[in-house]
Design a protein around this ligand. Structure first.
Ligand code: HPA
Length: 283
């Protein structure tokens, strides 16, 4: 992190607190084509990124730039509608700033969704993958540089980066809803180009089940900040890099993200209704 990061974070928090008094329990981040997940929120307020000091403004397709404050089934939620990607040219600090903002407002749970290609030949487009773990091929590490001990430890443990209890609960919920879900490893690459077939075969042999261009910096920061993480990938395209590899299009990604989104939405809603997430931080 840049030495100025703490100042930047403090300023962002001041400008939010000037506009709203709100302590979320859950922070929710929606990926490409997955903004429909936000329709379950009973909105109390929205703040555009441009009205938050120091916040970047996202440019990715289907990503709006606003924080949403509201409730799902009586639970206070803050949602980041529009995230920041390395491929847009943002720095690690830019990408993780919203994560620390949401943590400092009180969120103890970080629920992240993304669109991803299937490296695993058994996955089908439109399916959901619960993220069990990740591999960082982004070439960026958001905690690089001086560590602010007030935000988190110098060497955060990542052995349970995606909370095993939440994963188990999500699996039970998916079963009860009769939803098929996969369970696998998310490999993050920089983009913006889709991978070559050779790269995809490499990522598969390295242990990846799905590939995408986001999530990993935020999940590192969320762990650093002490939040428990639950992650979902919407499987939007086949990405095995085999002989039958089809060309990739954004249209296909968006269309299939929409199909998976309805299941992800049901699972998150049910987990909230079950009271499966951690309590908010005591002020
Ligand atoms: N690769 C990288 N990112 C993606 C993909 C993919 O195949 N599909 C959706 N996001």
């Amino acid at each position: 992190m840049d030495e100025q990061f703490s100042d930047r974070l403090a300023k962002a928090l001041v400008s939010i607190r000037r506009q709203i008094d709100f302590e979320p329990q859950i922070a929710l981040v929606t990926g490409t084509g997955l903004a429909g997940l936000l329709s379950d929120i009973k909105v109390e307020a929205k703040i555009a990124y441009k009205d938050i000091d120091g916040f970047p403004v996202s440019t990715a397709p289907s990503h709006k730039g606003e924080l949403i404050f509201g409730e799902i089934a009586g639970t206070k939620v803050i949602a980041q509608n529009g995230r920041f990607h390395c491929y847009e040219g943002w720095s690690g600090d830019d990408i993780v700033l919203p994560v620390y903002v949401m943590a400092q407002l009180g969120a103890t749970n970080y629920v992240v969704t993304n669109a991803a290609g299937a490296l695993n030949e058994h996955y089908r487009v439109g399916e959901i993958m619960l993220i069990e773990d990740h591999i960082n091929f982004l070439g960026i590490h958001p905690l690089k540089g001086p560590n602010d001990d007030n935000l988190g430890p110098r060497f955060p443990d990542m052995s349970r980066a995606y909370n095993p209890q939440l994963i188990a609960k999500a699996k039970t919920v998916a079963q009860s809803l009769k939803l098929t879900i996969q369970n696998g490893i998310y490999a993050a690459v920089h983009g913006p180009e889709f991978e070559t077939s050779a790269e995809r075969r490499f990522l598969r042999s390295a242990g990846g089940d799905a590939v995408g261009m986001s999530t990993v910096p935020e999940v590192i920061a969320a762990n650093h900040a002490g939040m428990q993480v639950l992650g979902f990938s919407a499987i939007t395209n086949q990405a095995t890099g085999g002989k039958d590899q089809q060309p990739d299009t954004l249209e296909e990604v968006l269309e299939n993200a929409d199909i998976a989104a309805s299941g992800i939405r049901k699972i998150i809603l049910q987990l909230i209704m079950n009271g499966d997430f951690d309590e908010p931080k005591q002020a």
